[in-house]
Design a protein around this ligand. Structure first.
Ligand code: ADP
Length: 479
């Protein structure tokens, strides 16, 4: 069943249920109030007759000829009833009008003497006949000087003739109301379902377009309700998918581009060697080896990137001292710095606590940044590695006095394969993956990485890692 049909059917059922309930409740309440009214009314009327009859008895000393009083009271006519017995649908059970209609209830009024014999009746036929207890509707005893001289009873009291009529006409009205409510419910249901299903249909269409790789398609956000929120989430998802798709395409294109250069150098040199154009001199072999190392480095970096992407960078965390980390990095770096005549200093804040990290990975981050710093710093310049405690994080800073980074490049240096225009023109350097990998590793530790720089003055690359295991766990990091 379609959503629209479901809504319409529910609305109609609800409308019918509500009207039925209203009909039942109204019928019940009306019937009860009518009954109470009839009983009360009947009592007052009988009480009036009782007074007349008691006076009669007091006057005559017996019930002789009391039927004339009954007749004069016109009990079968309009006298005490609201409605005469002669005509109309509510005239009681007898067409000849013998029944008395009393406040919307009808029945025969009888006078019994002290022995229980019928001495007067609104219906002459009942005179002298026995009265069955079961048919007595109401009974009032008549007393004269404190002695019971008879009783006034109503036989075959039929309540609710008028009441039934009233309820029937009410039910008819309610039936019409139900039909009307059902039609309104149907129209409303159609309106609501159209209102609801239109954006859903748009979302379904957008989802199929997305599945068909139309990643640029966005669904219009037409409402501020839950469906609007769904449309916004859908668009965000489409945005992420499109960005990831772009990144994936770029990654493949950039990888191919980065591999092409060393491969063509290798191919060119190998062909020249084959053809005997050049000789396999030690210099040629070293240059071929350099190119192979470049490819190896690129492949390793790509592997790190793909692991970081998949969230599968396995960190082998343990508590290590910052000094120990700095020493490792210094050992691997200071020789190159000396070779390039760049002054290298290390300054670790005294009393730094141990940090809970994968030391190899953090050394890799420090070396990636240090190598960049050395690469972009002229001989005679300086590179400094320092570490300080900030809150519950250890912050590493690598300062250089190199060429600096232009503001437009600074925002992108952590992107994959990003190299500034200047560094593209320089020989050497990596494929633009070093800082992207550093970022992935630092973030996998629950830390942050950032850079500040001034062109021709130098750059400061900083990153933080949480000191304690607890903070690392708090940052939701898999350990
Ligand atoms: P690469 O592996 O090519 O060095 P990185 O991701 O490490 O790639 O760096 C990206 C780009 O950031 C570099 O190409 C360079 O333009 C710029 N860069 C990084 N570090 C420095 C620095 N210390 N001084 C100047 N430019 C830098």
């Amino acid at each position: 069943m379609k959503l629209g049909a479901k809504i319409s059917v529910s609305m109609i059922l609800l409308a019918l249920l509500a009207t039925l309930l209203a009909a039942w409740l109204a019928g019940f309440t009306i019937r009860r109030s009518f009954d109470e009214y009839v009983d009360r009314n009947l009592y007052y009327r009988l009480d009036g007759i009782r007074t007349v009859l008691a006076d009669y008895y007091l006057d005559k000393g017996s019930w002789t000829d009391v039927q004339t009083v009954f007749d004069s009271l016109q009990l079968k006519g309009h006298g005490y009833g609201y409605y005469g017995g002669q005509a109309g649908p509510m005239s009681g059970r007898r067409a000849n009008g013998s029944a008395m209609v009393m406040g919307m209830g009808s029945g025969d009024v009888l006078l019994l003497d002290a022995n229980g014999s019928v001495v007067a009746s609104s219906d002459i036929e009942l005179l002298g006949k026995p009265v069955s207890e079961a048919s007595i509707g109401q009974s009032l005893s008549i007393k004269v000087n404190d002695a019971a001289v008879g009783s006034l009873i109503v036989l075959n009291l039929q309540k609710g003739v008028l009441e039934n009529e009233f309820i029937n006409s009410l039910n008819k009205a309610i039936l019409w109301a139900a039909v009307f409510a059902a039609i309104v419910a149907l129209l409303l249901g159609m309106l609501i379902s159209k209102h609801l299903t239109r954006p859903l249909a748009m979302l379904t269409n957008a989802a199929s377009r997305l599945a068909g790789r139309d990643l640029g398609y966005r669904v219009p956000v037409v409402s501020r309700d839950e469906i609007g929120a769904l449309a916004i989430s859908f668009n965000n998802m489409a945005e992420t998918l499109e960005r990831n798709d772009r990144l994936r395409k770029n990654l493949i294109a950039d990888t191919a581009h980065e591999l092409r250069t060393p491969l063509s150098i290798l191919r060119g040199n190998l062909e020249s060697l084959q053809e005997g154009v050049i000789e396999a001199s030690p210099e040629i072999i070293i240059s071929l080896h350099d190119e192979v190392m470049r490819i190896t480095r690129l492949v390793n970096e790509l592997q790190d990137i793909s692991l970081a992407d998949a969230g599968e960078l396995r960190l082998n965390r343990r508590s290590v001292s910052v000094d120990e980390l700095a020493e490792k990095a210094t050992l691997l770096f200071s020789g190159e710095a000396k070779q390039k005549n760049v002054n290298f200093q290390v300054d670790i804040q005294a009393g730094m606590p141990q940090i809970y990290v994968d030391s190899d990975r953090i050394v890799q981050v420090v070396l990636n940044i240090l190598n960049n710093a050395l690469f972009y710093t002229q001989p005679g310049g300086s590179v400094k590695l320092s570490a300080v405690l900030q809150g519950d994080s250890a912050v590493f800073l690598i300062r250089d006095t190199g060429m600096g980074i232009a503001p437009e490049d600074l925002a992108n240096v952590f992107e994959r394969f990003y190299r500034s225009e200047q560094s593209r023109h320089r020989a050497g350097g990596g494929a633009g993956l070093g800082l992207a990998i550093a970022k992935g590793l630092v973030e996998a530790h629950g830390g942050k990485i950032w850079a500040e720089s001034k062109v021709n003055e130098g750059s400061i690359f900083s990153f933080s890692v949480p000191v304690s295991k607890q903070t690392a766990e708090k940052n939701n990091i898999t350990i």
